[in-house]
Design a protein around this ligand. Structure first.
Ligand SMILES: Cc1ncc(COP(=O)(O)O)c(C=O)c1O
Length: 497
């Protein structure tokens, strides 16, 4: 069985010499022009995803704001593109803040997150009247004193966490549960409302929860939104202004179609029989004593929602007391509904092209191909081992002879695997072939480093008409070392530069 390419099908084509074309662009020629590894972004898919949110929200709940989570893809061209469509930004550091502002996003459309914000970051937010999502009770005091020092007040949302939600996604990217480093404990919410009112340097604005990332179960959003609405009623009684309900980001994307993903999960469970995962690890599973079986606790790589269907279902869901969320929000005075999506805007808008350097079999006769990119250039693979992307050889795409393989990177440790779970190709690859990874638009270079001193890859943006432009250049040898003052002075002495 060959994996279904999902939403990509409508953009895919091939050249006469059997190269993969996406949006009319030959991926092999692109790789040759810019070198590999190469990140490729598709402008139109990003715009479409944003518009799906915007159009659905406009219809269901006009008083809203979409804040693109800059962390999902920090390429400057992305917030710049989204700013033109009216997007706001969720930022997580003073550096992301600067990007968002320079990209043209106005301060009133920015929400400042972070669990360990620097004083400089807080000061900048306060001076620019940017709403801060406060992560802890201690932070309230810090913000209050900075605001007073600046002779002004800070507008704040309270970011809540500590919900007993269980495994809603991989533990590493769950940000609202009882084991999260983020947010104010939901059980303390009422006393924190009082504390905010006591601090005269703070202006209360609303409540915020960010569930986590790659959330595919809308039920978790229902639980949290209902809690926030109920808490808002409590807060308003004591004079806490409730202008905003911010439901964070987190909506997942479809890395695989439902059938393919279910098959993969079953094979992981049976890995002892099939060597389906690297070193037969039960990636994503936990032993459940009650059922004496393995239970999936990892990321779900099939998501049944797109931004528009998610918004429609959310607002029209009749939840507690058989009332829709749309109605419930109206009942508390129609606060601004803010969301901070990242992955669901950029995740399915990118591919990564790598080149194959070796094809071999392990001592256990498992196929293993080596590519010229490490895990540092490829998603959260190190934090979320079950993260898997569809792959395809970009040249000679017609030859059909299905081939199952693991994929290794080029870094100096064994865990450097871009596919720790076996993945499917249409044929046996050869050295020099180009390997495409699909749906790599979000968090691909989040951990990008110069591990083994490899330069970080270039990024190319492709427009609807098939034109492409370099938006981030590949680091070169000198840039990679430019912070090495000792090396630089040697170079100058030796007159290499
Ligand atoms: C506070 C906050 N908002 C929004 C997001 C975006 O999440 P996602 O990319 O899953 O939509 C994140 C991601 O971690 C976050 O920390």
């Amino acid at each position: 069985m060959i994996l279904d390419k999902g939403h990509w099908n409508e953009y895919l084509d091939k050249t006469v010499n059997n190269h993969r074309k996406i949006y009319g662009v030959d991926m092999v020629e692109l790789a040759k022009e810019y070198g590999t590894p190469l990140y490729v972004l598709f402008e139109d898919i990003i715009k479409e995803n944003y518009k799906k949110y915007e159009n659905a929200l406009e219809k269901e709940y006009p008083h809203h704001l979409i804040c693109y989570a800059v962390k999902a893809n920090t390429t400057f061209s992305v917030p710049k593109l989204l700013a033109k469509l009216g997007s706001g930004a969720d930022v997580a550091s003073e550096f992301e803040l600067q990007f968002a502002l320079d990209a043209g996003i106005p301060p009133e459309k920015i929400r400042a997150n972070g669990n360990c914000k620097s004083e400089y970051y807080l000061e900048e937010c306060i001076k620019k009247e940017i709403i801060i999502n406060v992560d802890s009770e201690e932070e309230l005091e810090v913000i209050n004193s900075i605001a007073k020092k600046l002779g002004t007040c800070a507008k704040i949302n309270l970011r809540l966490a500590g919900f007993p939600l269980g495994h809603i996604t991989s533990t590493a990217i769950t940000t609202s549960g009882e084991w999260s480093k983020f947010g104010i404990d939901i059980k303390r919410a009422n006393s924190v409302f009082n504390k905010v009112l006591e601090l005269d340097g703070l202006i209360p604005n609303g409540l915020m929860v960010h569930l986590g990332s790659q959330i595919t179960d809308i039920g978790a959003y229902y639980t949290v939104l209902d809690t926030l609405i109920n808490l808002s009623k409590e807060a308003k009684k004591i004079g806490f202004e409730m202008n905003e309900i911010n439901l964070g980001g987190g909506l997942g994307i479809k890395y695989f179609e439902a059938n393919d993903w279910n098959t993969i999960k079953i094979k992981i469970k049976n890995t002892n029989k099939e060597n389906y995962t690297w070193a037969n690890e039960f990636i994503g599973y936990e032993y459940n004593q009650e059922s004496n079986d393995l239970k999936w606790i990892g990321e779900e790589l099939f998501c049944p929602y797109t931004p528009d269907t998610f918004i429609r279902e959310l607002f029209n869901k009749k939840y507690s007391a058989n009332i829709t969320f749309k109605k419930k929000l109206q009942e508390i005075g129609s606060p601004k509904f803010v969301i901070e999506p990242g992955r669901s805007i950029v995740g399915n808008a990118g591919v990564t092209i790598t080149q194959i350097g070796r094809v071999l079999t392990t001592p256990l006769k498992e196929n293993l191909i080596h590519v010229d990119a490490g895990v540092n250039f490829h998603t959260f693979g190190t934090a979320v081992p079950e993260q898997l992307h569809r792959i395809e050889i970009a040249n000679n795409i017609e030859e059909v002879n299905p081939f199952e393989t693991f994929v290794a990177g080029n870094l100096c440790f064994t865990g450097d695997l871009l596919c720790k779970i076996k993945n499917k190709l249409l044929r046996k690859p050869e050295k020099g072939d180009y390997l495409l990874f699909y749906d790599t638009g979000a968090y691909s270079d989040f951990f990008a480093s110069n591990a083994n001193l490899f330069p970080r890859p270039a990024k190319v943006m492709i427009a609807k008409d098939g034109t492409h432009k370099l938006i981030v250049k590949r680091e070169d040898m000198f840039e990679e070392f430019h912070r090495e003052l000792d090396w630089r002075s040697d170079l100058e002495r030796l007159k290499y530069h």
